[in-house]
Design a protein around this ligand. Sequence first.
Ligand code: MG
Length: 275
Amino acid sequence: MARRGLYKSSADLRAMVHPGRATAASLAAVRSAAKPGVTTLELDAIAEAVIRAAGGVPNFMKEPGYRHTICASVNDAVVHGVPSGRSLQAGDILSIDSGAEIDGWNGDAAITIVVPDLSRPELVTSRQKLADATERSLWAGIAALATATHLNHIGAAIEDVIRSAGPYGIIEDYVGHGIGRSMHEDPPVFNYRVRGNGPAVKPGLVVAIEPMVTAGDIATHVLDDEWTIVTDDGGDAAHWEHSVAVHDRGLWVLTADDGGVAGLAPFGVAPVPIR
Ligand code: MG
């Protein structure tokens, strides 16, 4: 977690485009495959195949003791859910976190989806509301990064979206991070207001912004598998994440297919490709 690599070179940023794209592709494939009856281990295999076909390596496998490409966190699981033989059920809220390493550079991103359930429209609607609010807060945070002078200012933008969306909680036990040669680097990226400004936002800063939001209380604990983080109160959770690069001409969302064009449009921010 050396502070020395906080701002990356233009060549470094160019190198991070490829793992970002592979990470996005793995999540797109998982999204289309996530149907009732499919197991999270099957989703894991799909994500791994996509990353390897792109010439990448699943970087979560480099975490000591972790053997999978994705984390699959269902219902009350917030993050770090371990893929298993459990089948997806109609109505489940599922967060998928994935990451690729290519040529020694990393991407990291997460999406939350709600499996359709025609027999329980109210459950689906409330879970989708939670997922949508979390995604919107992520884009608000990324948009704030486009104009922020200091990194910690984006936490306020994320928090404001969540506070106005409903009686939700923002997880504080886990936060976002810098990303580059390692998946997890300095600086920490807070999803809520904190004291202090944090590092200056300037070209070369690359961060994984990842709000984790609960339908109830924010207290969590780790399951006996020593990975899965669940809410203490059993309430639902959602998690969205993108790896984002600040460069000398603007900002680019490395793990979005379109670099963030669609997600940032509502905020009047136009991402600029890295070249
Ligand atoms: Mg992350």
